[in-house]
Write a protein that binds this ligand. Sequence first.
Ligand code: FES
Ligand code: FE2
Length: 378
Amino acid sequence: MNRDEQIEVLAASLALAQENRRPLDEAEALVPVADYVDPARFERELERVFRRALNLVTLSSQVADPGAFVTAEVVGAPTLIARGEDGRLRAFLNVCRHRGATVELRPHGRCRRFVCPYHGWTYDNDGRLHRVRHPEGFPTLQAEAHGLVELPCTEAAGLVFVCPTPGITPEPLPQALIEELEGMLGPRPTAFAATARTWKANWKLIVEGSVESYHFRVAHKDTIAPFFTDTQSTHERIGHHIRSVLPKRSITSLADVPRDQWHLRDHTHVVYSLHPNAMILLQRSHFDLIRMQPLAADATHIEILTVGQAPDAGEPSAAARAFLEKNHAISVRTLDEDFVLGEQIQRGLHTSANTHFRFGRFEGALTDWHRQIDALLK
Ligand code: FES
Ligand SMILES: [Fe+2]
């Protein structure tokens, strides 16, 4: 978002707050409850939505230097992401080409060559098969065709995205989104704190909690609700991705401030829903990154990272660490309020109380998002 766009968004939010209006779409929308419980639909979502897309996996700062690597599950696929000696970041299926053992078991580290823990085949960190122990046993093996299987991998705005299906060309991230995130996320986003657990809720319930503000006043009454206006968020699509802007109550103070002194992050909370598996919540000087892994129709693994800027040189100060750790605890507490609701909703889905959920005219971001997902499943 350039400066003019930020001023425009602030002016629109200020007008809503001053006039006590809510942005309204044309109509309500109904979404079948079966969409959240049907295992066949869930499999289709994995296949058509997640396995064909670039999924956000980690931060570039986790794999900053040649030789650095991380391992991760990406939509069920064991994945190894490694920075080669040439500085290029590559992603591979973390599966040995001999008999399929997981090649690298550590969550992260540095390594020039990966050694399979089963029979010791070794792979360079650019994926090439380097050495086979007792090669006379494999007279027909073509080493050059048996490197680790590479996956589509993109780095943008300090974030690392991987598509878990080899050989396909996933839709690239829109250039406009990359430029906007580069501006918003800063030059060296670095994780200061992390929390992860599995929630017994469909992944769509998790996304839904992040793209409407109708629930804020009620669900977050004990945490952040007092800082925000009621049901006045706006949203915009950027390709398959969504940017939502939630105005804070302090936005009304801008009425007396010249526009060149307006700052978006002082008076709003900006949320990016990054298709298909992540959300970024921009705080004033840092951000929270939420990464989802759909495990089953009724289970989602969620990782919350609180991300700040690493200094130009040396380690972050103790004060910076303490500030972000404190903010991490607040974010986790607030987000848990959403995830607990997700679990409660999931528990009631089988009761036949509802055949459909009803999205109101100020929940239009959800309606639009469901249409997109349904279109991908056709
Ligand atoms: S399975 Fe990896 S060396 Fe045998
Ligand atoms: Fe929420």
